[in-house]
Write a protein that binds this ligand. Structure first.
Ligand SMILES: Nc1nc2c(ncn2[C@@H]2O[C@H](COP(=O)(O)OP(=O)(O)OP(=O)(O)O)[C@@H](O)[C@H]2O)c(=O)[nH]1
Length: 601
């Protein structure tokens, strides 16, 4: 049977049509009847469908009758395309022997096409390029095929032209999967070696690890051992993925992709990348390179209503069951009260978590601006990590501050190289290389991670009319001339608004923030000064003038529904206010630093 298994993934730059192609493949293999077929089958969380991005790798097992007359088992493992979830892509790829590299025929090769290609190459996978969306009038498949040849050294003839929308070329794709991708290797009698490439949490079964078996066999009743923790569990069930269902099997053998349950209660006991083996007959070669996912971006999350603190904690605990990368600890802010410092894999991850908290748990939250982790050496010789700018010790105690750097690659049509280089310079980037790939250019820079955190991606997109794309990886810490800037509202420093910036940029950013705050803080009965300060030195200042804003002033005439709408809008705005001294400060204020970068340009 192993001979007729094919395990593969689809990799692509965001929006190049990975999920649509997967749907079409499911349909072709008739694994799902038309009626059952939901759009974008593999994205199982509602949120994912709504935002149109794939977050969690999922898997499905399909039956396929090939042109050679044989029946094949195809295991399709879905991968997330966004850079925040790189580690999950990498582990999903470890579970397969080949990949479909989907490239949009109207866009060509982009940053994550390249990053994903190299991940697949590292795993020695067979790579089948699929040029997608050929139904679009602006498609230029031949040109893109040449671009692929030039960039990846894959002959242009190997590219398959397809459309996930119309279904054209999908038969060819399936035949290529069967013919070009090799069957999995592995000995059913060897000691068990299975890789956890994903997991879900089920209220009854606990953590359900998704595994790819490389060697040996696992079946109900076996006692398994999780490699990194050494913990043991008795297997209750094993099974495979049918579209929309987890189907039970007697066992899982080498080359198979499936799931198991074993009464595992903690997500930390079955983390993506870890190896499962048998306690009685363990493998001596676990899957290499396991590292637990580590958050790199931190933000404060506070309930608007202080009564909701416990509800927020319960919600975070529930989310963590399904998300090993989510990290949180209690935090108090003078301005915002009791809340949590929450760690994320990146900005997108942060946005998704906040959205889920508000939607699925009906919480009303104030989020503070996200921050990276700074490493600080004190004059006393002590080393500390700062996850929250307001925790940065007094400058007189500090010997050195180091900030995290990323290696950033940007892909862009050559027309936009000038403005993008200017942007990178403004972000304190240092060029590593610049490569020409036909009419496209790859720029590689080392940039402080904190600089690209807020608005970099938006600005890159707008500078290049949407054509440039980016990818990055963490490369470690470097010292920087960094200072903490405090923001004072009505003379009081607001801890939740403090930020850390390079000394040369502190004043510009400080000025942009106080200007922004002036606009978002509603007028009070009295004038409210807003200041930015480094230590005792005021570097920028603005004033919210007295007098309440009359939202109805704009509506003369008797349009009562419009008046109502405005009043409701004002109420909505009020829901997310925090009183700071005598001043009501709305949610937007706490994110002012996010938009401050734009004005700085
Ligand atoms: N015209 C046309 N549109 C397509 C085709 N394939 C996908 N699309 C559209 O392109 C957009 C992105 O498609 P998705 O399948 O969601 O892309 P994806 O790569 O899975 O995106 P992520 O999950 O965010 O990585 C959607 O609006 C699709 O309807 C195609 O073959 N032709």
């Amino acid at each position: 049977m192993q001979e007729r298994i094919r395990n593969f993934s689809i990799i692509a730059h965001v929006d190049h049509g990975k999920s649509t192609l997967a749907d079409r493949i499911l349909q072709k293999t008739r694994a799902v009847s038309e009626r059952q077929m939901r759009e974008q089958f593999l994205d199982s969380l509602d949120l994912e469908r709504e935002r149109g991005i794939t977050i969690k790798a999922a898997a499905v097992r399909l039956g396929y009758q090939a042109k050679d007359g044989e029946e094949y088992i195809l295991n399709l493992i879905d991968t997330p395309g966004h850079v925040d979830f790189h580690y999950e892509v990498s582990r999903a790829l470890a579970a397969v022997e080949g990949v479909l590299l989907v490239v949009d025929a109207t866009q060509g090769v982009e940053a994550q096409t390249v990053a994903n290609f190299f991940l697949a190459l590292e795993h020695d996978h067979v790579i089948i390029p699929v040029i997608n969306k050929i139904d679009l009038p602006s498609a230029r498949p031949e040109e893109v095929a040449l671009e692929i040849e030039e960039t990846f050294d894959i002959p242009a003839e190997e590219c398959i032209f397809a459309s996930g929308k119309t279904g054209e070329g999908v038969d060819e794709v399936l035949e290529a999967v069967v013919r070009r991708i090799p069957p999995p290797q592995g000995d059913p009698d060897a000691p068990l070696k299975a890789l956890i490439f994903d997991s879900i949490f089920d209220a009854y079964q606990g953590v359900v690890p998704y595994v790819r078996v490389f060697e040996g066999t696992v079946k109900p009743g076996d006692v398994i051992r999780i490699w990194s923790t050494g913990k043991t569990f008795e297997v209750d069930r094993t099974g495979v993925f049918r579209p929309g269902a987890l189907e039970r099997t007697e066992k899982l053998g080498p080359g198979e992709v499936g799931w198991l349950t074993a009464g595992i209660r903690e997500i930390g006991d079955a983390q993506v990348g870890d190896t499962v083996t048998l306690d009685a007959n363990p493998t001596d070669a676990p899957y290499p390179g396991f590292k637990p996912a580590k958050p790199v971006v931190f933000a404060g999350l506070y309930p608007v209503d202080t009564q909701e603190y416990n509800k927020l904690r319960d919600a975070l605990e529930k989310l963590k069951l399904n998300d090993a990368a989510l990290d949180f600890e209690p935090e108090t802010s003078e301005a915002l009260g009791f809340g949590f410092r929450v760690g994320f894999l990146g900005l997108l991850h942060a946005e998704i978590v906040q959205e889920r908290l508000e939607r699925e748990f009906d919480l009303n939250l104030i989020a503070t601006a996200p921050s990276v982790i700074y490493k600080v050496t004190l004059k006393s010789g002590e080393e500390i990590e700062v996850h929250n700018p307001s925790d940065l010790p007094d400058p007189t105690l500090i010997e050195e501050i180091r900030e995290p750097y990323v290696r950033l690659s940007v892909y862009t049509p050559e027309d936009y190289v000038g403005p993008i280089m200017q942007l990178l310079q403004e972000k304190r980037g240092q060029m590593v290389t610049m490569n020409y790939l036909g009419k496209r250019v790859e720029l590689v820079y080392e940039v402080p991670f904190g600089e690209i955190l807020y608005d970099f991606h938006d600005r890159l997109k707008s500078l290049s009319r949407g054509y440039a794309s980016m990818d990055y990886e963490q490369i470690g810490y470097k010292p920087g001339d960094l200072v903490k800037v405090n923001i004072l509202v009505n003379g009081e420093p607001v801890d939740a608004l403090a930020f850390i910036a390079h000394r040369d940029k502190a004043q510009t950013i400080g000025r942009a923030i106080v200007e922004k705050l002036k606009d978002v803080i509603p007028r009070q009965q009295f004038a409210v000064p807003i200041q930015a300060a480094i230590g005792g030195k005021i570097i920028a200042r603005s004033t919210v003038r007295a007098l309440r804003k009359d939202v109805l002033a704009k509506c003369y005439g008797g349009d009562i529904t419009r008046k109502k709408k405005l009043l409701e809008k004002q109420k909505e705005g009020k829901r997310r206010m925090k009183a700071i001294g005598k001043v009501e400060v709305p949610q937007e204020a706490f994110l002012a630093v996010l938009s401050a970068g734009k004005e700085e340009a």
